[in-house]
Design a protein around this ligand. Structure first.
Ligand code: AMP
Ligand code: MG
Length: 335
């Protein structure tokens, strides 16, 4: 199949209307989408990804009003969207329009992506666009066009060229369906930011743990996620620095962590990073939790491509950006 790779939003919106599958960048990760109104097109997304059928998709909208037209948004839902959208917040809402995919669910996951070009494309396509992350099921999400092309060129009908993802981890998912609002997936919008609007926000244990024996509230959380083929070790700063010093000759080990902490006492951080990348070790330096999140999945991809067997990930810094990043790192360890 020939994949149409273009920044022409109209051409790619036509593809969605014709029931085709299109990959597009969001501020979090790349998405692989089809019209929420066309079940057959959405089912093809599952086939391409190898995604389990009981893991529903997020519907991407161009505006709050478009969401309110098909879901029970309510006052709290509207406040949340006004505060955090367009942006990496997904809400699970009761569905008004029962014809939308997935038809067998009473609820719909909704979000408004940040990039105005992507919103224009969604609007032109007649919206909404249902899309999970554009990756093979179980693998880390993709954040670079080159990685997307390696997996999906010739497999999907179109790829929308627009600004690459910058947040790097998937959206925060909050359910407004039950009596108590629940955090189903941590992300860049953190639970403490949500409590001003949701003082009773509940964080279920299943949100934080990979435990197949419990029944997760969000089907997706029960599956192995976000993991590269390499073994991932989440290491304290001391363990990280020790492993880097003692194993840097290893050709099958890689590191991602904070440069300031990992430097040798007499070497500048920049020199160390260059030396490390210059063949002594696979080392990806990060400067903040946000920088870490934005580089993580692409680093996992490049490690797998290079045949790396073990990846040491330094624990995130406490504070801003920690919640979502720590969750993805823990999931990547399989823990
Ligand atoms: P992905 O698009 O791959 O980032 O995953 C979307 C996440 O949203 C998965 O964890 C899904 O299980 C979750 N999700 C989507 N729709 C619903 C829904 N109606 N109820 C609960 N969780 C949902
Ligand atoms: Mg995903």
């Amino acid at each position: 199949m020939k994949t149409l790779i273009s920044s022409d939003v109209r051409l790619l919106a036509n593809l969605i209307q014709e029931g085709k599958v299109v990959i597009f960048p969001t501020e979090t990760v790349y998405g692989i989408g089809a019209s929420t109104k066309l079940e057959v097109a959405c089912l093809r997304v599952y086939e391409i990804k190898g995604r389990p059928k009981d893991n529903p998709l997020i519907a991407h909208f161009h505006s709050i009003d478009a969401i309110a037209a098909v879901c029970e948004l309510g006052e709290v839902g509207r406040k949340l969207l006004e505060e955090f959208s367009p942006g990496p917040l997904t809400l699970i809402l009761p569905k008004k329009d029962k014809s939308l995919f997935p038809k067998d669910l009473e609820t719909l996951a909704v979000r408004i992506p940040k990039n105005p070009v992507v919103r224009e494309w969604i609007e032109l396509s007649g919206g909404p666009v249902s899309a999970p992350s554009a990756n093979l099921s179980g693998r880390p999400s993709l954040t670079k066009l080159t990685d997307v092309l390696r997996y999906f060129d010739g497999v999907v009908d179109g790829i929308l060229e627009a600004e690459e993802p910058s947040f790097g981890i998937e959206s925060t998912v909050v359910s407004l369906v039950g009596k108590t609002p629940a955090l189903l997936r941590p992300g860049s919008i953190e639970s403490k930011e949500l409590v001003s609007i949701l003082p009773d926000l509940w964080i279920p244990e299943t949100t934080l743990k990979n435990d197949s024996r419990t029944i997760p509230l969000s089907p997706g959380t029960k599956y192995k996620h976000y993991a590269p083929s390499a073994r991932v070790i989440l290491a304290s700063t001391e363990e990280f620095t020790y492993s880097l010093k003692t194993m840097k000759e290893s050709k099958t080990t890689a590191w991602i962590g904070f440069i300031e902490e990992a430097v040798e006492p007499n070497g500048s951080s920049e020199r160390f990073a260059k030396r490390a990348l210059g063949g002594m070790a696979w080392f990806c330096p990060v400067s903040s939790n946000e920088d870490y999140a934005s580089k993580l999945y692409a680093f996992f991809e490049s490690c797998d491509l290079a045949g790396i067997e073990t990846i040491f990930c330094e624990v995130p810094k406490s504070g801003r950006g920690e919640e979502g990043l720590r969750n993805r790192l823990e999931k990547a360890t399989g823990g």
